[in-house]
Design a protein around this ligand. Structure first.
Ligand SMILES: C[S@@+](CC[C@H](N)C(=O)[O-])C[C@H]1O[C@@H](n2cnc3c(N)ncnc32)[C@H](O)[C@@H]1O
Length: 169
């Protein structure tokens, strides 16, 4: 099972699920219109392998996902909170890294992407410092473009993908 955090309007989420029918996906999103948009896509594409939860992702991970269950976590373009006084609202903090690492199966992956270089550096540092995660040296990019990413590219933002693996115990 692969879990996506912050699926937004869900284009990429639905496309990935359609391309990988043998994998079960869960998308977590708090934004109502995004949830509605993704549900429409699930219906239109007759997807059987994608479920949606409207709730805070950290709470879902903590309370609804058993430890060591996930084959992967997708975190595509988390809210960058660019103002310094808002940095504490960013999702990727040490406690989140520990939670995400605990939910991954050994060998499971965590794929993050952002168009905000300074947040990319924070994500890199926070996940690299978690002793259960190992950075993949090749920052692979094997995913469809997302809606938020398209906007960032239009604004000239550089996109960076970061990939980490859950160490075998
Ligand atoms: C910048 S948007 C990116 C959406 C999509 N991944 C994309 O690339 O187009 C970030 C999304 O994360 C969602 N989000 C932020 N914090 C969240 C949380 N704690 N739990 C679930 N979703 C969250 C927001 O509602 C928003 O839709």
């Amino acid at each position: 099972m692969v879990l996506e955090i912050g699926s937004g309007m869900g284009e990429t989420t639905a496309e990935i699920a359609q391309q990988n029918p043998a994998i079960d996906f869960i998308a977590i999103e708090v934004h109502g219109p995004g949830i509605g948009s993704l549900l429409k896509k699930i219906d239109a594409l007759k997807l059987k392998n994608l479920r949606v939860i409207r709730h805070d992702a950290a709470a879902v991970l903590e309370d609804m996902i058993p430890d060591g269950l996930l084959a992967g976590i997708h975190l595509f373009f988390p809210d960058p909170w660019p103002k310094k006084r808002h940095h504490k609202r960013r999702l990727v903090q040490p406690a989140f890294a520990a939670l995400a690492a605990r939910k991954l199966a050994p060998g499971g992956y965590l794929h993050a992407a952002t168009d905000w270089p300074e947040y990319a550096a924070q994500i890199d540092e926070v996940f690299s410092l978690n002793s259960f995660l190992e950075k993949e040296l090749q920052e692979r990019r094997s995913r469809p473009i997302t809606k938020f990413e398209r906007r960032g590219i239009g604004l000239g933002h550089p996109v960076r993908d970061l990939l980490f693996l859950r160490r075998q115990e």
